[in-house]
Design a binder for this molecule. Structure first.
Ligand code: FAD
Length: 344
């Protein structure tokens, strides 16, 4: 099992909290790295709502979720330009060990020795819920996309979206001008999506030009094709009839399954599947801190803005834990020599 070099701080999770923690660790002169289970940085922002605007991040009147991730990545990158960003993706942390006076975070394939840990694991390691039909399994990677990372790739395609929630309707709205056609199917006629988006998609379907179609009480019945998808059959669950429609891309928008895994068994202070932290973001084990959606305390707000503040506290505590001679208080960035300002 590959063992990575010992770091001062290892951050579990590359969501907004983890990315800001990586920046902060660099600013404090600590060596740091992110380990994340997903294939891309950004946590919920990338996986669940990349194309949505966020209005309550300080300093941005509005910002697309994917653009905030880009800006956070750029901010974190400034201390790590030569070696590339110290980020290890598709690495789910499954264990915590102690060795030679430091911790080792263990993933399914690698070992990450570290002097301290900042847990910014949000709602846990999450993965898109897969299509329940057994026949669909072999089409993942051949036309069935669990995640949408490049909407432009669906230009002039016949896209089938399965689901009735925010993601299903958001992607219908996003793709309807790019795709040749977008068809949404849902097992019922009750949608769990923002009313304005549902209205927008329903209005587009009502035009009747075939560019946007909605079939309620329908489910996927068969996928046709050889190596790529050449069409699908969808079944009316009430009438028990099946029809074939044009389709070469399937986007299942069935939500996510999230899993906190072994984190809950690490001897940390846990309250209702969240980490109960002190005002110093301590978790109950020395050198292990937590920040962001995973934490709880009286008055906790699960917001990006709070995650940023908690990341700063957690990292400053971790730096002081690793280097007791370094102060907890970082001083003002506007005054730090690391940014070419006055001596700190
Ligand atoms: P996350 O974003 O959840 O990131 C955690 C990361 O940790 C993930 O990448 C995950 O893969 C990784 N991870 C977890 N467990 C492991 C493990 N064992 N090993 C490796 N990696 C692991 N907030 C706002 O402030 N404003 C908004 O407008 C807003 N809109 C939202 C809209 C939607 C649709 C949703 C779903 C949320 C919204 N939020 C909003 C909430 C916001 O997204 C969260 O508060 C924020 O993402 C929390 O950031 P985080 O970094 O703490 O956790």
């Amino acid at each position: 099992m590959p063992t990575h070099p010992l770091r001062d701080i290892t951050i579990i999770g590359g969501g907004p909290t983890g990315l800001f923690a990586l920046f902060y660790a660099g600013m404090r002169g600590a060596s740091a790295q992110i380990v994340d289970a997903l294939p891309e940085l950004g946590g919920q922002l990338t996986a669940l709502y990349p194309e949505k605007y966020i209005f309550d991040v300080a300093g941005y009147p509005k910002v697309l979720a994917k653009d905030l991730v880009k800006a956070l990545t750029e901010q974190a990158s400034q201390f790590h330009q030569e070696a590339g960003l110290p980020v290890h993706l598709t690495q789910r942390v499954v264990g915590l060990e102690e060795e030679d006076g430091h911790y080792v975070l263990v993933t399914e394939t690698d070992r990450f020795p570290t002097k301290s840990v900042v847990i910014a694991a949000g709602i846990g390691a999450f993965s898109p819920r897969k299509l329940p039909q057994a026949f669909a399994a072999e089409w993942y990677g051949r036309g069935v996309h669990a995640l949408v990372s490049n909407p432009e790739g669906f230009r002039d395609r016949d896209v089938l979206i399965i689901g009735g929630g925010d993601s299903a309707f958001d992607w219908c709205a996003q793709l309807r001008d790019r795709a040749k056609s977008v068809t949404l199917i849902h097992r019922s006629d009750r949608f769990r999506a923002h009313a304005a988006t549902v209205n927008e998609v329903q209005a587009a379907a009502a035009l009747g030009d075939g560019r946007v179609n909605i079939f309620t009480f329908h489910e996927l019945d068969a996928i046709h094709g050889d190596t790529t998808i050449a069409g699908v059959s969808i079944k009316d669950v009430k009438a028990k009839t099946s029809r074939e429609i044009a389709c070469d891309v399937i986007l299942p928008m069935l939500g996510y399954v999230s899993d906190l895994g072994t984190l809950l068994d690490w001897g940390l202070n846990i309250e209702k599947d969240e980490i109960l932290v002190t005002t110093q973001m301590e978790t109950g084990r020395p050198g292990i801190y937590a920040a962001g959606d995973i934490t709880t305390y009286s008055g906790k707000l699960k917001l990006i803005a709070t995650g940023f503040g908690e990341a700063a506290i957690a990292v400053n505590q971790a730096v002081h834990h690793v280097y007791p001679e370094k102060k907890v208080n970082p001083g003002h960035s506007s005054n730090l020599a690391i940014f070419g300002q006055k001596d700190d």
